[in-house]
Design a protein around this ligand. Structure first.
Ligand SMILES: NC(=O)c1ccc[n+]([C@@H]2O[C@H](COP(=O)([O-])OP(=O)(O)OC[C@H]3O[C@@H](n4cnc5c(N)ncnc54)[C@H](OP(=O)(O)O)[C@@H]3O)[C@@H](O)[C@H]2O)c1
Length: 326
């Protein structure tokens, strides 16, 4: 049984804990939670049936019983925290985006290889059964050659302005937080683009509020939208020469519909999550560690780097950088 330690007792750590505690797919248990506040860690520990609570991240890195550390803090902290955890030879599953740019990710991967440990970005969407099934169907030619992929992750959580989403120094903005998902869709189904064009609108706090990104390929294109200040249905549509597939719920999908060229529904792929969808990526990390693998075939180091490079290129074109990059 793999013993898991979590750093950051926040929003996403809760979802992760629910998956570990309730999915039969996972051969792992929650061993420790670390927070900057011991009181917060104790509350989280009790709420999620975790053995130990630590009042600093360092104490968790030092815990010799822990096999896998899940990093659940805002993106700007991932680099330093992964580098610190690697000093203790820990396997790591780190929330998306892995780092704020590709250069930092390269350094982390280099150190992980030197330490001979497993490391993966927690891009859970790639492991969802519906995505895996749609990918298989597309590869088998169910909709023919892809001509257009559209994917939208536009939401408006209306958080207080201090929330990390709007704060430049906390890695705020739409692209890194939610744009990474439509970009991932384009990469799963169409590969790396030949050319990228985009338009952006900035938020009053100087982070990107919304963007439309066009990926061009030799044949076909992808139109990707992301926003943190406007709502749109979470949806991806893949149009091919023989039909189309509509993936409902985008990054957290449990349902996709396949239509023929005359818009007749020909297949409904419906696979409910075992718990909340996080269980599949967690299972992958555990299976890789048990098999002695240093990276996942699905979310490989190369996949993470490629997506980060695309996001770097997009931000370069806006001349938009985080203070940590200067
Ligand atoms: N996979 C997904 O579906 C998904 C969804 C949402 C978010 N995420 C990713 O998960 C990560 C965390 O997101 P979240 O929404 O869980 O964030 P969050 O709740 O705002 O913060 C998570 C934890 O990080 C620490 N933290 C927060 N602000 C900090 C600050 N200013 N300085 C130092 N530490 C701070 C806190 O831990 P302590 O106080 O306990 O030390 C906090 O509880 C992000 O990278 C995000 O992109 C992924």
């Amino acid at each position: 049984m793999i013993k898991i330690g979590i750093i950051g007792a926040g929003n996403i750590a809760k979802k992760f804990s629910e998956a570990v505690n309730n999915s039969q797919l996972i051969d792992g248990e929650l061993h420790a939670i670390a927070s900057r506040s011991i009181e917060k860690a104790e509350i989280f520990k009790n709420q999620h049936n975790i053995k130990k609570a630590y009042g600093s991240y360092e104490e968790l890195y030092k815990d010799k019983d822990i096999d896998l550390i899940y990093i659940a803090t805002p993106h700007v902290f991932h680099y330093d925290q992964m580098m610190d955890a690697l000093d203790y030879n820990k396997n790591i599953l780190c929330e998306k985006p892995f780092t704020i740019n590709a250069k930092l990710a390269e350094k982390v991967f280099k150190k992980a290889k030197e330490k001979n440990v497993f490391i993966m970005e927690a891009m859970w969407t790639r492991f969802l059964p519906v995505i895996q099934e749609v990918k298989k169907q597309v590869d088998n030619g169910i909709i023919g050659k892809i001509e257009l992929l559209e994917a939208d992750f536009c939401f408006n959580p209306n958080n207080p302005i201090e929330h990390r989403l709007y704060q430049l120094k906390l890695g705020g903005g739409a692209l890194l937080d939610v744009g990474i998902y439509p970009i991932t869709f384009a990469n799963i189904f169409m590969s790396e683009p030949k050319n990228i064009e985009s338009t952006v609108k900035m938020y009053k706090t100087d982070v990107d509020a919304s963007e439309t990104i066009e990926y061009q390929y030799d044949e076909g294109k992808a139109i990707l939208r992301a926003a943190i200040n406007e709502e749109r249905p979470l949806l991806a549509t893949i149009k091919g020469t023989k039909g189309k597939i509509v993936i409902e719920g985008l990054h957290e999908t449990e349902s996709a519909k396949v239509y023929d060229i005359n818009n007749n529904l020909i297949k409904h792929i419906e696979i409910p999550h075992d718990v909340n969808g996080f269980e599949y990526e967690i299972k992958e990390a555990i299976d890789c560690i048990k098999a002695g693998k240093l990276e996942s075939d699905n979310v490989s180091h190369e996949v993470t780097l490629s997506i980060l490079k695309q996001m770097d290129q997009i931000r370069d074109s806006w001349n938009f950088y985080y203070p940590q990059e200067k």
